[in-house]
Write a protein that binds this ligand. Sequence first.
Ligand code: MF3
Ligand code: CO
Length: 248
Amino acid sequence: MIHVKSEKEIDLMREPCKIVKETLEFVGSRIQAGMSTKEVDELVERYIRSAGAYPSCLGYGGFPASACVSVNDMVVHGIPDSQTILKDGDIVSVDLCAYKNGYHGDACRTFKIGKVAPEIEQLVKVTEECFFKGIEGLRAGTPLFDIGAKVQKHAEAHGYGVIRSYTGHGIGKEMHEDPSVPNYGKLGTGVRLKAGTVICVEPMIALGSWRVKLLDDGWGAVTVDGKYAAHYENTLVVREDGVEILTL
Ligand code: MF3
Ligand code: CO
């Protein structure tokens, strides 16, 4: 069931969402070649805790870190570790959640390390564009799957694969609430979203195949063809006349 939020609840969500946004900006200012993904996670955990919030990924379903740090062909849910060292030309998606005031905020950015190959640079840019295409025209009454249909159209126009097995989601008191928000679909289908619905829209786009495989750690998911993937996410409120993005 989709829980429509009151203005009071939305106000409570602003703070965790703002902390998520600021944490990602902080990571963006520090992330560089030579750093391990574990060090990225430490930056995230320290920043979120010092803001008086809890890093909601930590312990979620047993996840052992404060951020998902996914490098190159890893699509999502990379477990940070001290052996994975970032190097020039890598792309790193950092996906994190903060819990404060009884609510979660969730966002992801894909960072470029040093000089990235032009085709990878393009993938990162188009993935971010996919988010904005997906929410184009989104407002109360929009059919849910319009979001994915628009994401898919933009991604596939570039020859990219749209990840199917992970989706966006509702968010609030729980990190994952209804509805599930796929990044593919058919225009004009799905429930009509109501004003006050809070969702995470998060295109995960691959340079090649959309098929992924789960690593032995049970979390990390990599593309089956080893091609790079990017991820971009924000938490937003559906409004009568558009959307309000809480993590930008
Ligand atoms: N933002 C991620 C998602 O919505 C958080 C995953 S929780 C974790 O999938 F436990 F994997 F970190
Ligand atoms: Co999410």
